[in-house]
Design a binder for this molecule. Sequence first.
Ligand code: ZN
Length: 233
Amino acid sequence: MKQVIITICSCFLLCLSCNEKPSFIDFTYPDGKSKALVLSYDDGTIQDIELARLFYQNNLVGIFNLNSGYLGVTRGWPQTDGDTIFQKYVPKDSLLIIYKNHEIAVHGALHKNFTAIKNDEILEEVNTDLEVLTQLTSREIISMAYPFGNTNSSISKLIAKTGVINGRTVADTYKFDLPQNYMIWNPTCHDSKALDYLDAYLDLDKQELSLFYVWGHSWEFGDQNRWDNMVEF
Ligand SMILES: [Zn+2]
């Protein structure tokens, strides 16, 4: 697996403008490779620590999408069945340790649903993350995953003005194509289905650049079976 996939990196993303269809003349993958793996993980809960380590041990770079307003806190998320799930978020002072070898990205300061709030609130959510995450890491933050994966054309255009150059959704495509629009970037699949599509990607034989883009939440790996599958993947 390791020989045939490479991880996507920020320098590749920087080459792209958000609405242009990618082509060979826009960029290449390092070392003439044609396949890449994107691992995008949301929310910044403390289970990221183990997942980030797993990626590192396998020479993989992940993208971790953080909610800057929740860093260091424990928060209860009410469920539709009346239950409440409590999540612990990674501490502010440890971002450069936990995500040392990984990309840090925006996920909305308070994880608000962008399709249910006004434009100024959306900008507040994104700009706060950009400001806080930049300040805490001294890194340039250039990408994001939409909270709940929710976006639309006007929201993506609004956010493109903040300096964010790619916005990722959770609308699984089960395909390995590069996106047409990097501000509405749909993944291949959630990690619970990654093993199902792995062989198809390994067997894919074409010269054009392709991409296996997996997304998820590290807190879902409380299920041992799911964690074992991820390790296998
Ligand atoms: Zn989220």
